[in-house]
Design a protein around this ligand. Structure first.
Ligand code: NDP
Length: 465
């Protein structure tokens, strides 16, 4: 007996999109961030689906929203009192159509499967935009490095890597840092991988300079975001020089966003953490930035201490139960959300617009809620979505992988120059794609479509993957 495959039904793009979203909600209950990330991408794809019914008949979207593999594991470790602690570890290997899985590890108490699925999904499109051959993944743990000793962090990282090492490799899956995972954590993770596997390879990026790291990798996400913002302004015959800038967060992305803003002659006036906001009307200059870096990276203190040190600065506590954050109500020209997802609510977006904001460039992943994004697009301000604006971090991770494979190190100038050119290319791609599909200036559509098409075509080429 032989079976005949009938060609699949092709619906109107709007109906197909609704079908996909309904399916994602049903299969992934209680994962609102993942639903949000999927909705934002697929909403942008309407014109592509209309022009290319083959994506629908090949069920590309249904395949893209399903991770290729999800790994979830127990991470037991001893705290300094000798008590046993148990955390949960994850790695989502989302899509390897255009290269090995690549994406950061996040250590934060809020980490769960839904957050990591949203981050892994975003990563697929972001990595595609970088022009480099990298698939998408993301991982992490609900472990909170805050308040832990170095020894506790080390024991946790060793236990985490003991399991993760079975699943990753320099040609399979290459994790990096994210919230709560900086140079210290990457060091402990790399050390344990090397012990277990007896091989020195570029299995992680964000490594120390003496052991395979790349110059400019720590700076790359922040620098890249500012390069992207500069391109957006250039297109409107404007520049960053003299602009008053809001930056949220005070970690890796925020610190190097501030540094590059200063290089461009802009005036950053805020930083924050999960306890509150610092507003410094005099501006955060290089000396104050060095103080913040020491506070956050060495002393591991809280930003409120800034107001004790620099007397003109104001500390405003924040409350996550409220629907707005005072940081986004400070009058400024440009905003660089660089802390975490959904940190700009509809009310915050309305405050920014009311105060005359000209540009929002997203350093954090999905920092604007769905409603806030709509407010920015409707107001027609310059709006650089995360998967394009913050792609400089993973792009430079890609450059670290290239240097590891070639067993050589490029100079600071060479890496920075490549990063800068990549950010210009990403902006150009998003801008031209938005125009090509009938929504000029809408970089959300440009980024989503630009990232999607390359991955979708690779999947079509590779059969039923
Ligand atoms: P860090 O851990 O270095 O810094 C995170 C900062 O954000 C801290 O100031 C932290 O404050 C604040 N923050 C974190 N969670 C919350 C929260 N729930 N509410 C308020 N503030 C919060 O992380 P990164 O700078 O590396 O990452 C920041 C963002 O950038 C994330 O969205 C990340 O996914 C994204 N990103 C990072 C890349 C990288 O290369 N590092 C690459 C691309 C994107 P506190 O100390 O109080 O927790």
């Amino acid at each position: 007996m032989s079976f005949v495959l009938t060609p699949p039904r092709v619906n109107a793009p709007a109906d197909y999109i609704e079908e996909v979203i309904t399916g994602v909600r049903a299969k992934n209950p209680a994962k609102p961030e993942f639903h949000q990330a999927v909705r934002e991408v697929v909403d942008s794809l309407r014109p592509v689906l209309a022009r290319h019914p083959e994506y629908q008949s090949a069920r590309i979207l249904e395949r893209m929203v399903e991770p290729e593999r999800v790994i979830m594991f127990r991470v037991p470790w001893f705290d300094d009192r000798g008590d046993i602690q148990v955390n949960r570890g994850f790695r989502i290997e989302m899509n390897s159509a255009i290269g090995p899985y690549k994406g950061g590890l996040r250590f934060h108490p809020s980490v769960n499967l839904g957050i990591l699925k949203f981050l892994a999904f975003e990563q697929v499109f972001k990595n595609s935009l970088t022009t480099l051959p990298m698939g998408g993944g993301k991982g992490g743990s609900d472990f909170d490095p805050k308040g832990k000793s170095d020894n506790e962090v080390m024991r946790f990282c060793e236990s985490f890597m003991t399991e993760l090492s079975r699943h990753i490799g320099p040609d399979t899956d290459i994790p990096a840092g994210d919230i709560g995972v900086g140079g210290r954590e990457i060091g402990y993770l790399f050390g344990q991988y090397k012990r277990l596997r007896n091989e020195f390879t570029g299995v992680l990026t964000g490594k120390g300079l003496a052991w395979g790291g790349s110059l400019i990798r720590p700076e790359a996400t922040g620098y890249g975001c500012v390069y992207f913002a500069s391109e957006m302004l250039k297109n409107s015959k404007d520049a960053l020089e003299g602009k008053l800038c809001l930056v949220s967060g005070s970690g890796n992305v925020s610190q190097y966003t501030i540094e590059k803003l200063l290089d461009f002659g802009a005036k950053p006036v805020t930083v924050s953490d999960s306890n509150g906001v610092i507003y410094d009307p005099d501006g955060i200059d290089r000396e104050k930035l060095a103080w913040i870096m020491d506070l956050k990276n060495v002393k591991r203190g809280r930003v409120r201490e800034y107001a004790d040190k620099f007397k003109k600065a104001i500390f405003m506590p924040t409350d996550i139960k409220l629907n707005h954050n005072p940081l986004w109500n400070v009058k400024a020209d440009c905003a660089f959300p660089s802390a975490t997802q959904n940190e700009i609510t509809a009310k915050d977006a309305a405050n920014l617009i009311k105060n005359g904001i000209k540009l929002v460039a997203e350093g954090a992943n999905m920092p604007s809620t769905f409603e806030a994004t709509k407010i920015f697009l409707d107001a027609k301000i310059l709006y650089g979505p995360a998967k394009a604006a913050n792609a400089g971090g993973v792009a430079t991770s890609g450059l670290e992988m290239s240097q590891n494979s070639a067993r050589l190190s490029w100079t600071r100038y060479e890496v920075d120059d490549r990063l800068h050119k990549i950010m210009i290319a990403i902006h150009q791609n998003c801008y031209l794609t938005a125009e090509k599909y009938g929504t000029p200036g809408n970089l959300v559509n440009g980024a989503n479509i630009g990232g999607f098409v390359k991955v979708a075509n690779a999947m079509l080429d590779q059969g039923l993957v």
